[in-house]
Design a protein around this ligand. Sequence first.
Ligand code: ADP
Length: 308
Amino acid sequence: MDKIIEVKNLHKHYGAVKAVRGMDFYVERGKLFAFLGPNGAGKSTTIDMICTLLKPDEGEVIIDGFYLGQEDDRIRAVIGAVFQESILDDRLSVRENLMVRARFYSKDHRGIRAAIEKVIKVAELTEFIDRPYGKLSGGQRRRADIARALINTPKILFLDEPTTGLDPQTRKSVWDMIARLQKEMKMTVFLTTHYMEEAAKADYVIIVDHGQVATKGTPYELREAYSTDLIKIKPMETMRGRLIEYLGEQGLESVERERVFQIAIRSSQRAIELLMASREWIESFEVIHGTMDDVFLNIIGKEQKEND
Ligand code: ADP
């Protein structure tokens, strides 16, 4: 397996606050990776350390083979980052902002122009490229912020809540752009988000809480482990008794409303078994899958209860 980010036993204290305490995880090259957790869980502190902005108290971070604390310049050359507060200049046009950034990496005029043209295209900035950054809409700003982070063609793009504060339509367009970047440029994207429907589209998800990894897996694995599917079955009139009998035998609890049985099912496999067994008695059915929202609430809710 090709690990582009490895984080081992990472710790960071702010005085008495243990913001990160023993964080362990890795990210595979070329994947869309979602880093989730409630406010104060230690996400930003972890990202700041990985991006060389903050020194860890303890632990090891390896980015694309380079060791944090020893090869920070090499690390900075392979990453691009977009944080919540923009660092573009309001008075400069988008193009001028990109130029300033590109000059930071290169002195070669032709190379700079080519790099700028490339990000204009991938981030779809043409329409507003010569407009001052300060006059852009929220979605346009985000696209320009992301373009700035792409100027050095990074291997890893860090995005801290890239879609927060945008209206749903703009959120979707920014999200689509991120997903496209990741696929077309074969880039590793490391992002935090509060929107679970976005996390559900990631290749891999880590949920952190209290400065540690609470759980990890693909969205499918997490839904299987931490959420329940709801199956609604309407039996044929003559088969109602048979269905009740079967549910009893299987130890499945159900709620019946207007002849429709609602049954909470732990895994998709169990759902298939139930539907196979009862297929001859069913008039109609519906399967409502558990969501990443359920996963998040189940994990964070449980953690909070344990800590009470
Ligand atoms: P998240 O990004 O998951 O919301 P943070 O990494 O920002 O979490 O914060 C983790 C914990 O560290 C919180 O309790 C927060 O209040 C604290 N913290 C973060 N930054 C600082 C700082 N510069 N000084 C003191 N405490 C901080």
